[in-house]
Design a binder for this molecule. Sequence first.
Ligand code: ADP
Ligand code: ZN
Ligand code: ZN
Length: 827
Amino acid sequence: MALFCDVALAVPLDMVFTYAIPPGMEPAVGGRVLVPFRQQRLSGIVVELHDRPPQIKIKKVIEALDVAPVLDEQLLKLGKWIADYYLAPVGEVFRTMLPLSVEFKRSITYHITDEGRMALHLAGMSGSPARSKRTPEQQLIEFRVLDYLAERESVRERNLRTATQVSNALLSGMVRKKWIAREDVSAARDAARLAKVAVLRSMDMKVASISESNARVPSTSKFNNNQRTLLETLAAAGGRVPVEALRGLDVPRTTLGTLVRRGVIELVDEPQDFTASKLKPRQSPFEFEFSAAQENALAKIGDAVTSRKFAGLLLHGITGSGKTAVYLACMRQVLEQGRSSILLVPEIGLTPAVAADLHQVFGDEVAILHSGLSDGERAEQWHRIRRGEARVVAGTRSAVFAPVSDLALIIVDEEQDSSYKQEETPRYHARDVAVMRAKMAGAVVALGSATPSLESYYNAKKNKYALVELPDRVEKRPLPEVEIVDMRQEFQETGQEQVISRKLAEEIRERLEKREQVMVLLNRRGYSPVVLCRACGKTLQCKNCAVSMTHHKRERKMECHYCGHIERIPEKCAHCGSEYVYFVGTGSEKLEELLHGMFPQARIGRLDRDTVRGREDFEHALNALNEGALDMLVGTQMIAKGHDIHGVTLVGVVGADMALGLPDFRAAERTFQLLTQVAGRAGRGQYPGKVILQTYFQDHYAVQFAARHDFAGFYDKELQFRAWMHYPPYSAIANVLIRSEKLDEALTWSGELGRWFEKTRHEGIRVLGPAAAPIMRLKRDYRYHFILKSPSREKMNALLRAMLAEASARKIPRTQVIVDVDAVWLM
Ligand code: ADP
Ligand code: ZN
Ligand code: ZN
């Protein structure tokens, strides 16, 4: 038996902590233990068991929480790799990997036992608890705890401590004496968020086709009319419908009960969103014949999986080429082999439509992890996956850590999407972690995109990944024609600043007359982005950030889009008192209003973070468009990604090139991707699409190549630029941000580190800075930064590590020095 264990705790310190293991306790490597840390108890992951006595006096493990590891060997190794690669404290990495904090965070409760009551009773008679080796003060506290618990059913640990001032050691002692019992209440889940869903059980059993609907339902002769209505509805919706939705049918309530008793229908609990609820019945994802390119992609990925060796593939398929069907088919193959797969999708990509497809193909075998889950639901899904009940996992960023066994395939959809990068510690990139996880597991990783990142495309060109292309849209639909409107010229010709060009207005009118649908993109929410004083020229800035506040008209407020700070709408200039305050510029809210004014008959919806509060709203707007209840959808980049709505024949881009003015080397790449994505929404049905692209940067190559759907052209040009400027993929980069609420602290620290960088030898690494960050103040912090670039990642990380040690020696708090390896945002 080991005497000591090293524990990774989720604290911002780059180290693990050694604790003594009390006799009889058997913690597992990869399992959780509860340990005292400063004034708290924390749960941490055991990373090593050993017998090396530490130099200093150490504390004891309070409790081993798991008998078996919660992080298997591979995930432990992956976590250590992340800590190393992204210079993140390993305990914080593990916390991110395990969605189980809910199980310990203040969810421990205590209650008194019969023995405890007896002890209390005896103490009451003799004046102190019986048979105790404690000091009188300790006995008094024990007495207080028992007394407190005796009057209550169960008490949370935190409350108990506040009420009685009991220490860790005393509490544990009392548990050991069996006077009180500790309980982990994580199991209690918020049932409110679960919905009952009716699932058709016999889809594959005795099935008979109903010619009309093309749906498959159990041979219906044995059922009465009501039962048949219910079954047919269920079948048409893909076999699962929330019970709530079935209530709308003109069928007695008892019918469902009867069918459940007969075993035809099963009722299951499911997280509320993501049931296929209000979705129209969809075509099965496999009802069509795969194109040759799809077959080829499926075969390439399938072969790689069968070889059981690591392989990376880049699936470059233009918008509308049918990538999703390929993903699903690959995952189905994997499942048929009894192995596991993970599908990663961007934050916004996990639409109800995708979820419905997944449910339809995989039924209960799929676990869907999305940001709408509560902590309890997330933990529950984690356990389901871990128990092997769900071998298909789909989810956003952190799903890359899903504890599946026998991992065969990870698919990263829209691999260029910036939501894969976590913008807090650990600042990992889920795509890159997916590649590493696949490597460690001997699995296959497939990165899919219509607009791959330069990094991935470069890796494919260098044969690190196999390139698989889907060069055509399904059913030979053409890509939309893109027409550029130069807004400077529009200004000269009309004599005023236009939001909607004459050309775009004309095209919209035409579509509306033909009853076709339109999407209009303006990648900026709110009504007006700037409030300007005409007297003194000052703008209204956020008091926490160096950015201007955005006017939101309907909600009658000014809002900072960076920190969320809200203010009243100013009537006078805050600087000079003048009344000449003007609202300048246009956001999506104003665009919607303008379009209403121009097309009063049109039914217009808006999709941005102000109108979409939850998934419901998102689903609602897209369904409305899909069903033809809307003629036009206005919105930010939310409208650009992934949606497959066949009635849209015109996409207007009112503003998507703002990023080109920002000091960020990825600006061109991002703009190209956004333009390509949004253009890809047009013409996905039977009629060809058209795109009107308004821009102030009409000569910019990102705009020009996007208009020509010329990915390779853009890629070559952009690569040249990256090579000249020593940017990724030619150099690894890291952003080191120094922040403090006090300006002089931020200045002093960055100055000190600047001088340290100067006198440190670091061959082959460029260090730029210190410089004020482009957004110099954010969420109250003043910010300075360094940018490091190097062709050698090892050297760069070694220097960063030395820098962190230096910062620590200079007593700069670890939380104020942010190291962002492979930074995606340099703002
Ligand atoms: P992508 O993700 O590549 O933009 P999707 O996977 O969303 O494209 O597919 C676009 C549409 O084409 C979807 O409605 C899908 O059901 C349909 N589809 C996919 N493959 C085929 C095919 N081989 N034949 C006909 N339709 C297809
Ligand atoms: Zn003023
Ligand atoms: Zn702010």
